[in-house]
Design a protein around this ligand. Structure first.
Ligand SMILES: [Zn+2]
Length: 329
């Protein structure tokens, strides 16, 4: 029997190779097409509020308004940022104190808010040894939504191929002391110089800029400001002033958002630099897609007061305060 490769066999091999090449190209095309589609459809939704743990009717009203908003928008956020002053009242029972249940676990309905709550420390959290209790609680209750893995930490969301890098910071410079403050600022520099997601949020308790009662913080402007500019941090979120504010300042790539209306008495607006400022309780929603970030300021009734969107270059459009799908430019 002739077993030598004949002309027919050679032609078969050539056509098999062609089929393999075309199949490979088709697979590559599908992969790229699907990746683009997935990237275009990706979204991360974040809520943010501070100054909430007052055991007050205002805290309950904001929690209720948040629930109303989420149900109306059929929205399940991916994360909630707690911007400090998490407890104005003591927790004598430490991680076992019943206030953890009444003021946090039961206050924010897990049926609509199942997401992790990433917390930072405010000035009130340094009273009554609260800071240590708050740092201990997520270790003692890893199943809790309350998360704070340190005074400063990083979260990328989602974990795989992230869309948003979140850097949690402790803005209580005096409480930290000089060495810890320098260590934190160095950490911030390191994290900002590492690979990051398309969007970066830094969040802490004290604002760099605010038109309300506490006003600007020169130390934060001096120590963190140059890093925000150098690495083009997209958003800085803070509380401390009990109101809602959006400031866009000349020469800054960063959108400054104050969301300190989580549950205490509100503060007046005393200057007029902000693009939006309202002396009200409420919260902020941030909605990230690959190219655009939308920010909504929402009051304690769940009513949207103001919305804007920005791109990576910092171009901003103010949107009508309509609900999604009804507004836009
Ligand atoms: Zn404060």
């Amino acid at each position: 029997m002739n077993t030598r490769p004949g002309k027919g066999n050679t032609q078969t091999k050539v056509s098999q190779r062609r089929v393999a090449v075309w199949a490979g190209l088709l697979a590559l095309y599908c992969f790229i097409y699907c990746s683009v589609l997935l990237a275009a459809g990706r979204q991360v939704n974040i809520l943010a509020f501070g100054d909430w743990g007052a055991e007050s009717s205002a805290e309950a009203a904001v929690a209720s308004g948040m629930k109303t908003y989420l149900v109306e928008h059929n929205l399940k956020p991916d994360a909630v940022l707690l911007l400090g002053d998490n407890f104005y009242v003591p927790l004598p029972g430490g991680v076992e104190d019943p206030r953890w249940q009444t003021m946090f676990e039961q206050m924010y309905d897990s049926n609509v808010l199942a997401a992790p709550f990433y917390a930072v420390l405010g000035n009130h959290d340094y009273r009554d040894d609260l800071a240590q209790v708050e740092l201990d609680y997520p270790k003692a209750r890893p199943e809790s939504r309350f998360k704070m893995s340190g005074h400063w930490y990083r979260v990328d969301m989602p974990t795989e191929n992230p869309l948003v890098t979140m850097l949690a910071l402790d803005s209580n410079a005096d409480e930290l002391g000089r060495r810890q403050w320098a260590a934190e600022t160095e950490w911030l520099n390191t994290e900002l110089s590492r690979p990051r997601a398309p969007w970066t949020i830094c969040f802490a308790h004290h604002p760099l800029f605010s038109d309300s009662a506490h006003g600007d913080d020169r130390k934060l402007q001096r120590d963190w400001g140059p890093l925000f500019r150098k690495y083009r941090v997209d958003f800085y979120l803070a509380g401390h002033d009990h109101c809602l504010e959006y400031l866009r300042l000349p020469g800054w790539p960063t959108s400054f958002v104050v969301s300190g209306g989580g549950g205490y008495d509100v503060y007046p607006i005393e200057r007029d630099r902000a693009k939006f400022a309202r002396s009200t309780n409420g919260f902020v929603r941030l909605e990230f897609s690959t190219d655009t970030a939308r920010v909504s300021f929402v009051d304690e009734q769940g009513k949207t007061l103001y919305r804007f969107e920005r791109d990576h270059k910092g171009h901003v459009n103010v949107l009508p305060p309509f609900d999604e799908g009804a507004g836009g430019v």
